[in-house]
Design a protein around this ligand. Structure first.
Ligand code: ADP
Ligand code: MG
Length: 264
C-alpha cells in the first residue's frame, strides 16, 4: 500500500489573504494564512492538522477542497492538480471528498429537516435511488446516535450544536467519501458522544477511507490520526507520529500545546 499514489498531496501551499477580514485590521493589510505547507495522505491514512485558532487549519482544508485557490503551491487529488481540472473533473473529485465544516450552524441548510439535509447530497447525485438514500441516512443517524425523534425536525429550531455536528457528519458520509475532511468535528460533543463519533470514523478508515482531521487538541489528534502536522501562524513547525507529538513533543510550540491539555 505504501507505493499507492497519494490520495491527496499538497506541495508548498501558501495562502495570503488581502484586505479587511477582521475589523481591527487595516485596509490592505495582508494575512499570511499558510506558508509553504506540504503534506500527503494515501488510502486509509489519517492526518491530524493541529494548531491554535488562527493558525491556518481551516484555510488548509478549503485549499484541499478547491473552495479557495492558494496563492502559491498546489494540491493534487488522486495525482491530478486541482488547478488543472476542468469544472466537471472538479465536481467529480469533490464528490469523492466528504467535508465536515467547522461551523455546524452554517453548514446545514437551516430550513431543512435532518433527513432532508443528510440525504440531499445523495439525492442530487443519484436522483433515481431516493429510497436507498433514505435508508443510508437512517443507518448513519442511528450509528451516530442522533435521537430518532429529531430525524424529521427542522435543523434550525430543534438541534443543539453537537447534534448538528453529528448530522453534518452523516451528510458528509452518505456518499461514502474516499477522503473525509473534518474541521474540529468533536468540538461541540461531550466526552461520551466524542468516543462514539470517533469510532464511526475509525470504522470507515479501517475500510480504506483517508481522513484529515483539524483540531487544536493533541489528545484528539492522537485518537483520530496516526500522523500529525502542527501549524503555527501558517507554517508547519512540527510533524510526525501523533502519539510522539503528544507524548514527546520536540518543538517548543508543540510542547506548549501539550502542556495546555488537562492532566490525565
Ligand atoms: P484556523 O482555522 O486555524 O483558526 P484560519 O484558516 O481560519 O485559521 O485563519 C488563518 C488566518 O487567516 C487568520 O489570521 C484569519 O484571520 C485569516 N483569514 C481566514 N479567512 C480569511 C479571509 N477570508 N479573509 C482574510 N483573512 C482570513
Ligand atoms: Mg478554523
Amino acid at each position: 500500500m505504501r507505493n499507492d499514489p497519494a490520495v491527496v498531496e499538497a506541495k508548498n501551499l501558501s495562502m495570503r489573504y488581502r484586505g479587511r477580514y477582521r475589523l481591527f485590521k487595516g485596509r490592505g493589510e495582508e494575512t499570511r494564512a499558510l506558508q509553504m505547507v506540504s503534506f500527503s495522505a494515501r488510502r486509509g491514512d489519517t492526518l491530524a492538522v493541529v494548531g491554535e485558532s488562527g493558525s491556518g487549519k481551516t484555510t488548509l482544508l478549503r485549499c484541499v477542497l478547491g473552495l479557495i485557490t492558494p496563492t502559491d503551491g498546489r494540491v493534487e487529488l488522486w495525482g491530478k492538480p486541482v488547478s488543472e481540472m476542468t469544472a466537471a473533473e472538479r465536481t467529480a473529485a469533490r464528490r469523492r471528498c466528504g467535508y465536515v465544516p467547522q461551523d455546524p450552524y452554517g453548514s446545514l441548510p437551516p430550513t431543512m429537516t435532518v433527513m432532508e439535509a443528510v440525504t440531499e447530497p445523495w439525492n442530487i447525485s443519484r436522483p433515481g435511488e431516493l429510497r436507498e438514500g433514505a435508508r443510508r441516512a437512517r443507518e448513519l443517524l442511528s450509528e451516530l446516535k442522533l435521537p430518532e425523534e429529531l430525524w424529521n425536525a427542522r435543523v434550525r429550531y430543534f438541534l443543539s450544536g453537537g447534534q448538528r455536528q453529528r448530522a453534518s457528519i452523516a451528510r458528509a458520509l452518505i456518499l461514502d467519501p474516499e477522503i473525509l475532511l473534518c474541521d474540529e468535528p468533536t468540538a461541540m460533543q461531550d466526552v461520551s458522544t466524542r468516543g462514539e463519533l470517533l469510532d464511526v470514523l475509525k470504522k470507515r478508515v479501517d475500510a480504506g477511507m483517508s481522513m484529515i482531521v483539524v483540531t487544536h487538541d493533541l489528545l484528539l489528534a492522537r485518537r483520530a490520526a496516526r500522523r500529525g502536522i502542527v501549524l503555527y501562524r501558517g507554517e508547519i513547525v512540527d510533524e510526525g507520529d501523533s502519539s510522539v507529538l503528544l507524548e514527546h513533543p520536540s518543538h517548543e510550540y508543540t510542547r506548549a500545546l501539550a502542556a495546555a491539555l488537562p492532566r490525565l
